[in-house]
Design a protein. Structure first.
Length: 87
């Protein structure tokens, strides 16, 4: 349905690569830096703080909407065909 909220962020190249490394350590899966950009709000303290702050504000502003009390963060992880541990 319509009306879903989408939050968008811009990360640095360093945050994207750092997210790739942390994701590999957490999940034993290599991904490309383009995917690291999607993971950066999860692994970067700077972006995670913004994300959680905005989600908190969305919850408060939507009081009375029962479905909004339990927001889900969805990150699509793809790529990795062009990356190896040596790269």
């Amino acid at each position: 349905g319509g009306g879903e909220d989408v939050l968008s962020y811009t990360c640095t190249d360093a945050e994207a690569v750092d997210a790739c490394v942390k994701f590999a350590l957490d999940h034993r899966m290599l991904v490309e830096p383009a995917c690291g950009a999607a993971l950066a709000p999860i692994y970067s303290e700077r972006l995670r703080g913004r994300l959680l702050e905005e989600l908190s504000g969305m919850r408060q502003s939507s009081s009375g909407d029962g479905d909004r009390g339990s927001s889900a963060i969805v990150v699509e992880v793809c790529g990795g065909g062009g990356v190896s541990a040596g790269v």
